[in-house]
Design a protein around this ligand. Structure first.
Ligand code: FAD
Length: 435
């Protein structure tokens, strides 16, 4: 009898796992349950994701999908500007440093392209659409869906159903908490034709402005449009309430959002002015180091396991790596016909042990970024922290050994503060002449 595995959720984590299992050669029967009505019911998923070498890209490679992805991977999307509210540029990186030989390249991919590549690669009969999981019979592992149907029992239920997972409660009482940051997302369509100056300003990647416990970002998408995000450190319902109040008057809504950025440079505020399709966004997170006591027959991957904010750009990468590690553990334990439930259980425990450590690291990094982006320190604090993170990523921990004596954090902060001051004077002088 094949081992029966239910994967709840056909997002990046669930589909990557399904694909990896499909090509694993293991004797498993896999069913993916997704709440969306069909593969085309959510055509626009918005946003772009950067895939990292050892995680997202590694998962695509192991899933034999790298070649299918190449045409959608945008290496020029790595261009990045970090600025403050005066549009003073602190960092403008066009591409990854040449000396690294592309080792740290993190190409962008539009979310819907990644989803399509994964979907097309998974056996269609495995995916059950319109199956919104409502509940699970804990002992029998029978799934109950909103449409009244049931499925199971299964040998293993994998919760890949994102932030508000319906599988998580079997393993953990912890619920996502409001991350203290909410905001607005909008879209600038055809900027090359209609707003060429914005197009030039944003380049092929992302322009991120940070000041006063808020951010404004403009990011190029694969179809050349630009997605705009305004994130604010505000109370939980602020953005949703504003959108609710002005839902029939977009220009008033935009004015209200721009009021939050009243003393920001006009060339940044205009992104909001020319955006359309404005929506509210709230960010939630699970505590750093969220774990659970292992329970036979269940596990979680991706956001269901460890939800964090997007401020380290790590969520989808961690999600796909979870699938990679879980599938590898299953292969190690179940290959050569050793498909016993004991081996299955050992594999899941091995995955959880590895994932808990990895997730905690990225949750902590993301939390640091959030704290610095939305704290009092603004860009200088954020850049100083970013300097340490970059060193950590290339294997140098500046808090250890002789590195401790290098005041990298202090220097980065001091340089950024000086640049910020000069930038603010330059803006004042510019505006004085304009008057
Ligand atoms: C604004 C924003 C920007 C982001 N930017 C980045 C970024 O730049 N880089 C990055 O790496 N990450 C980013 N992330 C995070 C990233 O999107 C997630 O980490 C990633 O999508 C997690 O994948 P997942 O498959 O675990 O969950 P999801 O993508 O949430 O997929 C879950 C799937 O489960 C389905 N589902 C949900 N509930 C049920 C149910 N009850 N029954 C059945 N199916 C269900 C959903 O429909 C969905 O298909 C961002 C997140 C946000 C909110």
């Amino acid at each position: 009898m094949p081992i029966s595995i239910a994967i709840c959720g056909a997002g990046p984590a669930g589909l990557t796992l399904a694909r990896l299992l499909q090509i694993s050669g293991l004797d498993v029967s896999v069913s993916v349950y997704e709440r969306d009505a069909s593969s085309t019911s959510r055509p626009s998923q918005g946003g772009t994701l950067d895939l990292h070498p050892d995680t997202g890209l590694a998962a695509l490679r192991q899933a034999e999908l790298f070649h299918a992805s190449v045409q959608h991977l945008r290496y020029d999307g790595e261009e990045m500007v970090i600025a403050d509210k005066n549009a003073t540029t602190f960092i403008h990186m066009k591409e990854q440093p040449k000396w690294a030989g592309g080792k740290f390249a993190r190409p962008e991919i539009d979310r819907e392209n990644l989803q399509r590549i994964l979907l097309d690669s998974v056996e269609a009969s495995w995916i059950h659409w319109g199956k919104k999981l409502e509940d699970i019979e804990d002992d029998t592992r029978i799934l109950r869906f909103r449409d009244g149907s049931t499925a199971g029992p299964f040998d293993l239920v994998v919760g890949a159903d994102g932030a508000w997972s319906k599988v998580r409660h079997v393993l953990s009482d912890v619920r996502p908490q409001y991350a203290g940051v909410c905001g607005f997302a909008g879209l600038i369509t055809a900027p090359d034709e209609v707003f060429p100056h914005i197009s030039k300003q944003v380049g092929q990647g992302i322009y991120l402005a940070i000041s006063d416990k808020r951010t404004l970002t403009a990011q190029r998408l694969g179809d050349a449009s630009i997605s705009v995000h305004a994130w604010l450190s505000r109370e939980e319902h602020y953005a949703a309430d504003l959108v609710g109040t002005y839902q029939y008057d977009e220009s008033k809504l935009k004015q209200k959002i721009m009021d939050q950025y009243h003393d920001w440079a006009p060339e940044l505020k205009q992104w909001i002015e020319v955006s359309s399709k404005i929506e509210a966004r709230n960010l939630y997170e699970l505590p750093v180091g969220h774990t659970w006591e292992h329970k036979r027959g269940y596990t979680l991957i991706g956001d269901a396991a460890s939800l964090f904010t997007p401020f380290a750009g790590e969520g989808v990468n961690k999600a796909m790596k979870d699938s990679l590690v879980l599938c590898d553990a299953l292969k190690d334990a179940l290959q050569d016909g050793n498909g016993s439930l004991e081996n299955l259980d050992m594999a899941v425990q091995a995955y959880e042990t590895e994932m808990f450590v990895r997730a905690k690291f990225w949750q902590a990094e993301t939390m640091k970024n959030k704290t610095h982006m939305f704290g009092d320190g603004g860009v200088p604090d954020f850049l100083a922290e970013m300097t340490l993170s970059v060193f950590r990523e290339v294997g140098i921990d500046l808090s250890k050994g002789l590195w401790r004596f290098l005041p990298a954090h202090f220097c980065a902060r001091w340089i950024a503060t000086s640049v910020q001051k000069v930038g603010s004077w330059r803006r004042s002088i510019r505006e004085w002449f304009r008057k």
